[in-house]
Design a protein around this ligand. Structure first.
Ligand code: ZN
Length: 245
């Protein structure tokens, strides 16, 4: 049976903002697409809701936050992301709600992206692989904030701080969704995608006994090859569920 084919991602945009929960969320595939996009002269910025301070079992949060922030900045540099900002939500207990929506709407107004990228907001990664509460909260809040950003009456105090409404988000692209609709060819960004994940060395070392080099390459091959490729002409690809606005 031929797998249903994914549509190519839209190309009529110049600025993207990736909004995720944790350092490393973007590096599980999306960074390879970021490399392709920045090569083409597009601007991609990163916004992280937390510093991923609860992400490494053997390292206490205060120490981990600093380390993971450093690793995230190095990852972003590998693929040419313009800016990396961190909000001060807490890893593991991010609450979906107006505080989070407001923070994301503020960032969208500041960056004025046409493309908003986020992480899987669904309950699962597919089948019965349960997603984490942080991803669900941030993914859903990002989808909502694309609209909040354009409405001057929802968070009226943002405009008092110079953040005027931006209703220019044309698509929200959800990475890691179990229901992908679109994809981007990441042939030219693949190696930098591996390198960007590898920058999360302390995190990977805390996760597995496999060497970080092998781990990062296997992950990227599995996401871009085994995952999306059969639905995208056999090319290494990163898939997104696209919500047009
Ligand atoms: Zn995560």
């Amino acid at each position: 049976m031929v797998a249903e084919q994914l549509e190519p991602m839209p190309t009529e945009w110049t600025r993207a903002l990736a909004v995720v929960a944790h350092p490393d969320d973007i590096e599980y595939g999306t960074a390879a697409a970021v490399a392709v996009w920045t090569d083409a002269g597009r601007e991609v910025s990163y916004l992280l809701a937390t510093r991923g301070e609860a992400g490494i079992d053997g390292i206490p949060p205060e120490e981990s936050a600093e380390l993971r922030e450093r690793e995230q900045r190095a990852s972003a540099a590998v693929v040419g992301a313009s800016t990396v900002r961190f909000l001060d939500h807490h890893d593991g207990v991010i609450e979906y709600g107006t505080a989070l929506r407001r923070d994301l709407a503020a960032a969208i107004r500041e960056h004025r992206p046409e493309l908003l990228i986020t992480i899987n907001h669904h309950d699962t990664w597919g089948a019965r692989a349960w997603n984490t509460p942080d991803h669900r909260a941030v993914g859903r809040a990002a989808l909502d904030a694309a609209g909040d950003s354009g409405n001057r009456w929802i968070f009226p105090d943002l405009a008092d701080n110079g953040l005027v409404p931006w209703d220019g988000v044309r698509w929200v692209a959800v990475a890691g969704s179990p229901q992908p609709t679109h994809a981007v060819d990441v042939t030219d960004g693949f190696e930098r995608g591996v390198s960007s994940l590898l920058e999360h060395r302390a995190y990977i070392e805390g996760l597995t006994d496999t060497s970080p080099e092998t781990y990062a390459r296997n992950v990227l091959e599995s996401i871009t090859g085994g995952g999306a490729a059969p639905q995208f002409g056999g090319r290494p690809a990163l898939a997104f569920e696209l919500f047009p606005r």
